[in-house]
Unconditional design. Structure first.
Length: 182
């Protein structure tokens, strides 16, 4: 009985320690906020939308030990496609980078070595929010800490393959979920 109690205690201690460590990885932004409506600055220009199509400023801290690179994604799980909508996929962001400035994608100010993947609009880089009229959609901005310096992706990978490779190599993530409707 003592051994079972000790093992149970060790298990819960490990779970609490891992949870505390996972909570340390934080994503913040001066552009977007958890649960808040996206400004027109971050709305697509096209498909019936008339925004500025700028990528938000993002900053992250306390990445997990062993982080060798980052990936950044923006995803709409509510898009009426059956598979959501990828608004932004960036891979191979060096582990020394901890922020992106406002409109980094649109102004081609991405960190050296990073690679932007074509979004679901078919354009390389950030593609802003543009849900169907009358619908509220969630936009999940995530920074993924990866255990590899560079993802092994073919030229012009799909967003599904990119997402698979990000998730297969992730050791932590931090996110902000904003909303938008028109």
């Amino acid at each position: 009985m003592l051994m079972k109690t000790t093992l149970t205690s060790l298990f819960f201690t490990a779970v609490v320690a891992m949870s505390a460590h996972a909570e340390d990885f934080k994503l913040s932004s001066t552009s977007i906020a958890e649960g808040a409506q996206l400004a027109p600055t971050f709305v697509f220009k096209g498909f019936g939308c008339d925004g500025d199509n700028q990528s938000p400023a993002l900053s992250w801290s306390n990445a997990p030990a062993g982080t060798k690179s980052f990936a950044i994604t923006a995803y709409d799980p509510d898009a009426p496609t059956g598979s959501g909508w990828w608004h932004w996929n960036v891979v191979n962001v060096p582990s020394s980078v901890t922020s992106l400035q406002l409109n980094a994608s649109g102004e081609k100010k991405m960190p050296e070595g990073s690679v932007e993947i074509a979004n679901d609009y078919g354009v390389v880089g950030f593609g802003g929010a543009c849900p169907p009229a009358g619908e509220v959609h969630r936009y999940v901005f995530t920074v993924h800490a990866l255990a590899v310096e560079k993802l092994d992706l073919p030229e012009n990978p799909s967003n599904a393959l990119t997402g698979f490779m990000i998730n297969a190599n992730a050791i932590g993530s931090a996110k902000i979920t904003a909303v938008y409707n028109r």
